[in-house]
Design a protein around this ligand. Structure first.
Ligand code: HXC
Length: 257
């Protein structure tokens, strides 16, 4: 797979997508949104991939949507653009995506990290929704996902002042799952991805789907959904194998069906 604005690399069942406009601090232009979505959807359809990692450069995961590309847009241009739909497609990917964040994750960059399933951050990471300083606002889910991740107090503070949150505050607030030294970032993310990719793929998809339902529904509905999925796992060969392997005290060999 070859793309203009990203690099895609395979390591066994893990795929690493690197945002690759370092001079522009990985500002997310329309081409990058297209490349990223195309790659993620292709990898989602490839049964030999179990997990993806999205990362940027040491200085910037992504410093936001490309402001230079957006300055001249009219309302109708923005309305016509497939940009928003592309991010929805990324959110609809069924395999896990880990964001490995170093440096700036601002605006659309922070929103992209939050579309991923969880965030592992270098201690240099800085998160923010500074759109208010440009006279606009988050546009790819930031006002919603940030509020769900860190609660109203922190989200209002971030969105209204445009200030950045460092990695320690982001971890305390529940935005990121782990913070590591910068030189450990990719190893940590790859180890997590490798662990996930070794699990049963259908079971992984169901686990991801169930946690996501917690964001969209009430508790009773979510618990009912989880119960149906749990029951469905007993239709899978991987359930038979996983439980047999435990009883026989050996590692499971999942066939991903
Ligand atoms: C376009 C950008 C950019 C961006 C940085 N660059 N961020 N270009 N869009 N979002 C470019 C700069 O213009 C510059 O190019 C080069 O990258 C290096 O950036 P500097 O500003 O010189 O670096 P530094 O002084 O280290 O400051 C880093 C920074 C700053 C604090 C991250 O670049 C910054 O504030 N960037 C904008 C952050 C932001 O407002 N993000 C939200 C965007 S709106 P040149 O050619 O001059 O060297 C958004 C909306 C999402 O994301 C919703 C859309 C639907």
């Amino acid at each position: 797979m070859s793309y203009e604005t990203i690099l895609v690399e395979r390591r066994d069942r893990v795929a690493v997508i690197t945002l690759n406009r370092p001079k522009q601090l990985n500002a997310l232009n329309v081409q990058m949104a297209r490349d990223l979505t195309d790659a993620a959807r292709e990898l989602d359809a490839d049964e030999s991939v179990g997990c993806m990692v999205v990362t940027g450069s040491a200085k910037a995961f992504a410093a936001g949507a490309d402001i230079k590309e957006m300055t001249g847009l009219s309302y109708m241009d923005a309305h016509r653009l497939d940009w928003f739909h592309l991010w929805d497609l990324l959110g609809a990917v069924r395999k896990p995506i880990i964001a490995a964040v170093s440096g700036y994750a601002l605006g659309g960059g922070c929103e992209l990290a939050m579309i991923c399933d969880f965030i592992i951050a270098a201690d240099t990471a800085k998160f923010g929704q500074p759109e208010i300083k440009l006279g606009v606002m988050p546009g790819i889910g930031g006002s919603q996902r940030l509020t769900r991740a860190v609660g109203k107090a922190k989200a209002m503070d971030m969105v209204l002042t445009g200030r950045m949150m460092d990695a320690a505050e982001a971890e305390r607030s529940g935005l990121v799952s782990r913070v590591v030294a910068p030189d450990r970032l990719m190893d940590e993310a790859l180890e997590a991805a490798k662990t996930i990719a070794a699990m049963s793929l259908p079971s992984t998809r169901m686990n991801k789907e169930a946690v996501n339902v917690a964001f969209e529904t009430g508790l009773a509905q979510g618990v009912r959904f989880e119960r149906r999925l749990f029951q469905a796992t007993f239709a899978m060969n991987d359930q038979k194998e996983g439980m047999a392997a435990f009883v026989e005290k050996r590692p499971a060999q999942f066939s991903h069906d």
